[in-house]
Design a protein around this ligand. Structure first.
Ligand code: UT7
Length: 315
């Protein structure tokens, strides 16, 4: 369905702000290297909260922003790669925290890594044929799957959550494109729980290969979604991409001839929060007054799998 409106959004930060200089004390790295190679200055880490707690905080803010009664929510979808437990789903835990136990509400998680929020919105827009008010959340506590001795990964990631509420409406438009290709070489993986690897393990990444994938996948997704929505790149007021690396965003901007001031960036503050990144960025852009009625926007992500996708939005 294309007649879809985001009626509210919100985000939650984890409590501990970790600066690059803090990481200099843990691994052989430097503030200079991290800033130059990634654009990241800090990230938020939790030591007290689960993914469902951050998801719940973001959800409450989205509900307040939308000014709706919580009981209207009849579907909850949480995109995460770091759920509290294998079962029940984080979405069911959020439902409980919102006081919706016993209410008819369909809640489940999805894992599409850093493309999770884009996949979530895409799926939710189709589900509006059946449900009236869908809460889509991207939430992560990546700090628990990070090897804090591995400088290749620990400088990049952070924890957090973002949420959006969607409803059917003639006043908004949403068009989506999603794709997965497979990652046969295992360039981005957290292997725990396979037959061979029963212990929980850490996130492993070949940064160069993921970089290469990202600068192909994001432009492809943007082109595809604009084609489906019958829009041109110059018509788009604001791009909200997955926040992984400023150099990736600069590559994409150059390749697609997008002025950099049309791209929302908060990776300097948050680092890469995987499924949560686009959701947090959307809510923060709205909070900062950067999103106005009638604006045309594109959200786009890429991640492990390899997954990728984009959402075209008329606000
Ligand atoms: O959501 C998707 C998740 N992942 C991504 O988006 C990652 C995409 N990739 C990237 O962002 C970049 O590839 C990285 C930031 C991960 C790495 O940047 P790079 O420019 O590709 O660096 P590199 O891996 O080629 O490493 C260059 C050098 C190496 O040293 P030598 O071999 O040249 O002596 C690394 O060992 O930098 C070294 N290095 C570091 N030095 C200081 C790698 N990590 C660090 C570090 N601090 N944290």
């Amino acid at each position: 369905m294309e007649n879809v409106k985001i009626i509210g959004c919100g985000y939650a930060k984890a409590e501990k702000k970790l600066f690059n200089t803090d990481l200099e004390k843990i691994v052989d790295t430097s503030d200079e290297w991290i800033v130059q190679r990634t654009g990241i200055h800090s990230r938020y880490i939790t030591q007290t909260k689960n993914t469902s707690d951050l998801a719940f905080e973001a959800a409450k803010k989205a509900i307040k922003d939308a000014q709706i009664d919580v009981s209207l929510i009849d579907c909850i979808l949480v995109a995460t790669t770091t759920p509290d437990c294998i079962t029940p789903s984080t979405a069911c835990l959020v439902q409980e925290k919102l006081g919706l136990n016993g209410q008819e509400c369909t809640s489940f998680d999805l894992n599409a890594a850093c493309s999770g929020f884009v996949y979530g919105l895409s799926l939710a827009s189709m589900m509006l044929e059946t449900y009236s008010t869908i809460l889509v959340i991207g939430a992560e506590t990546l700090s628990k799957i990070i090897d804090w001795n591995d400088r290749n990964t620990c400088v990049l990631f952070g924890d957090g959550a973002g949420a959006a509420l969607i409803q059917k409406s003639n006043q908004g438009r949403m068009v989506s494109f999603t794709k997965s290709t497979g990652d046969k070489d295992g360039f981005l993986m957290c292997k725990g729980l396979s037959l061979q690897e029963k212990e929980m393990s850490y996130l492993e990444m070949n940064g160069k290969e993921v970089f290469r994938f990202a600068i192909e996948a994001m432009p492809y997704s943007i082109e595809k979604v604009l084609e489906k929505a019958n829009q041109k790149i110059e018509d788009i007021d604001l791009f909200i991409p997955h926040q992984a690396n400023i150099r990736i965003l600069k590559h994409v901007a150059k390749k697609m001839k997008i002025d950099f001031d049309r791209i929302f960036v908060n990776l300097d503050e948050f680092g890469n929060t995987s499924s949560a990144s686009i959701a947090i960025a959307l809510a923060q852009a709205k909070e900062q007054g950067k999103i106005k009625k009638g604006m045309k926007m594109v959200l786009t992500g890429f991640g492990a799998g390899f997954t990728s996708g984009a959402i075209y939005l008329e606000w």
